[in-house]
Write a protein that binds this ligand. Structure first.
Ligand code: ADP
Ligand code: MG
Length: 599
């Protein structure tokens, strides 16, 4: 899930740093198709091409020609599954391409040759012995066998993904203990204070909260106390209706299970009692009729619980459905609202208001709210009553420093990588880069994983410092691409104008020059033409996003003007812009650049 990951990258920094990336990238990648789905790559797209990486390696251990098929197919998958992993694989492997003639080594058991097996001569040479040894198995070795066997770098890459909840969270002991100290009341049947957790993105809030909730639930099962935790990510579930509906449906489902178990017991009891003997002795039931009555009650309870549809009900009906469901039996419920600031930003504080006053009305159950926020100031937007109720307890998650990030990475890399797959300087460098990025552990893990993937694809046996630097560039570029891709059309046109000027050797352009080209482009694609003033504003926004750099320079008696230059890699940015269907329609741009001389 991209959204979990991407939006949290700050978009305001690193603008100028990108200049250096620019060169790195334009050398590395001149492919213009890399725009789509890039952001999802780091989360999900990886798998396909990860395997291509392993295929490259492992395949060579068996039979060259089938390897070449395997490799190619996997690369294609990587490319087509809308991420650019495949492409990265392509250019990482680019240097090996010329030696592809080498894949004739060994016997050609098949006529398929996609011509882009990406193995170097050395690999093949080294493997000839094994090839011969394995020849008998040839027939049984399929496409995926090759890809599956022998990965030199990763042991378990999932461990480096954000979806993985680590069992150990170094440097979060204090915060975790504080949460536990507050929530332990739930295990005693009391209502824990509401908790508000703050901290920048990547400081381990979600991981810690999930860890604590798992512990809480497992302990409650161990001691058989009715305590439940519901986790909601408010970035996804971002309206009051959805939050309440999701909660209602979860409790309806749980109640249904409870009722089902109870009915099973009662029916057993009933048939035992019907067989005679003293089955009812010592139970709360005086007669079989009593049991029947209870069964009928439960069945009607079950009927009455109607799932909330995803839309369409009035909110108070959703609320009362949730209320009844949660109050169906005695329990303490901890509701974790992660990214709570997003909910408030989108839908105001009604949800929190309603949830925070529920306890005074619930008869059997109690709820406690744990809000998690990346935004330290979001409570400013809350109704004072909500604010004081929600913030009964506050826990702050400070950013990690480089040493702490090292520990975190070390813990995870022990499980994620094969022994000795990293050179010594890899973890410290990932930690140092991420420490600059406000101590973001997510960034540190992304870097480490991406570095591993790059190493894997370049068929290295070791992840080295250079891979980390490449990974840093790649992640930074991914961020830029995502920002550019999601710009409004008008901003894209403005940015495209700046790019056209730079491509034609005009640097440090001023607003007037940009505006002239912008105007022509708008006319060409039938877009509204904004005023020069608005365009100036859009340029400032691009500056804030780190896409362009706009400095005000004094021109002596001619006054002051803005000099604008691009802060991001030009080719990639252009490619992203052209992937927008409107801008992609512009065929010949030369006349527009010419326009600057006409004005
Ligand atoms: P937040 O919710 O504060 O944005 P997360 O809890 O999602 O941050 O953490 C980001 C990533 O870093 C996750 O993959 C998480 O597992 C990992 N992480 C954060 N802190 C730690 C830690 N102390 N130990 C191990 N992993 C951590
Ligand atoms: Mg989080």
């Amino acid at each position: 899930m991209t959204r979990d990951d991407e939006p949290e990258h700050s978009t305001n920094d690193g603008g100028t740093d990108n200049r250096s990336d620019a060169t790195a990238h334009s050398d590395e990648n001149d492919d213009s198709t890399r725009s789509d789905g890039r952001s999802s790559e780091s989360e999900s797209g990886g798998t396909g091409s990860d395997q291509s990486g392993s295929g490259v390696k492992s395949g060579s251990e068996t039979e060259p020609d089938s390897t070449s098929i395997g490799t190619t197919a996997a690369d294609d998958n990587g490319g087509e599954s809308a991420d650019h992993d495949g492409e990265s694989a392509d250019h990482d492997d680019g240097t090996d391409r010329d030696t592809d003639g080498d894949t004739d080594v060994g016997t050609s058991g098949t006529s398929f040759d996609f011509g882009s097996g990406s193995r170097s001569r050395t690999d093949v040479d080294l493997d000839v012995d094994e090839v011969l040894a394995d020849e008998d198995d040839e027939a049984s070795t399929g496409l995926f066998d090759d890809l599956l066997s022998g990965e030199p770098i990763f042991e378990n890459k999932e461990v480096l993904r954000p979806s993985y909840t680590p069992h150990e969270l170094p440097h979060r002991k204090d915060q975790i203990n504080k949460m536990a100290t507050i929530l332990v009341s739930a295990l005693r049947g009391e209502t824990p204070s509401n908790i508000l957790i703050y901290g920048k993105t990547g400081t381990g809030k979600t991981a810690s909260a999930k860890f604590v909730s798992q512990e809480l639930e497992s302990t409650s099962q161990k001691y058989d106390v009715p305590c439940e935790v519901e986790y909601i990510n408010c970035e996804v579930t971002d309206t009051q209706y959805r939050v309440l509906a999701q909660l209602a449906n979860k409790f309806i489902e749980k109640n249904d299970r409870v009722i089902g178990d109870r009915l099973d017991d009662l029916r057993d009891l009933r048939s035992a009692a019907a067989d005679g003997g003293g089955a009812l002795e010592g139970t709360e039931f005086a007669s079989v009729a009593d049991v029947d009555e209870r069964i009928a009650d439960l069945e009607s309870d079950r009927e009455e619980m109607e799932e909330v549809p995803m839309t369409g009900w009035p909110t108070d009906r959703v609320y009362s459905t949730f209320f009844d469901a949660v109050d169906y039996h005695e329990r303490v419920v901890v509701i974790m609202l992660d990214e709570i600031d997003k909910l408030v930003e989108k839908s105001g504080d009604d949800t929190l208001y309603n949830l925070s006053r529920m306890n005074s009305e619930l008869a059997n159950s109690r709820i406690s709210i744990m809000g998690i926020s990346n935004d330290l100031k979001f409570t400013d937007f809350l109704d004072p009553r909500v604010k004081s109720s929600l913030g009964e307890e506050e826990i702050v998650f400070p950013p990690y420093d480089a040493n702490q990030l090292r520990d975190i990475l070390q813990h995870r890399s022990d499980i994620a990588f094969k022994p000795d797959a990293l050179t010594e300087d890899v973890i410290p460098l990932c930690a140092a880069f991420a420490a600059q990025e406000h101590g973001d552990a997510r960034r540190a893990l992304d870097l480490l994983r991406t570095a591993g993937e790059l190493a894997e694809r370049s068929q290295a046996d070791l992840v080295e410092e250079a891979h980390v630097r490449q990974a840093q560039d790649k992640i930074e570029l991914d961020r830029v691409v995502e920002v550019v891709r999601t710009l409004p059309t008008q901003s894209k046109i403005v940015l495209f104008s700046i790019i056209l000027l730079e491509q034609n050797g005009v640097h440090n352009v001023n607003t007037g020059e940009v505006f002239n080209i912008y105007k022509r482009l708008c006319e060409e694609i039938d877009a509204d033409v904004l005023t020069q003033r608005r365009v100036t504003d859009l340029i400032s926004e691009l500056d804030m996003l780190g896409i362009v750099n706009a400095v005000v320079v004094s021109k002596g008696r001619y006054g002051r003007t803005k000099e604008i230059s691009l802060s991001v890699p030009i080719d990639e940015t252009e490619a992203v812009l052209l992937s927008d269907s409107r801008l992609g329609d512009i065929e010949d741009v030369q006349p527009f650049v010419q326009a600057r001389f006409d004005n």
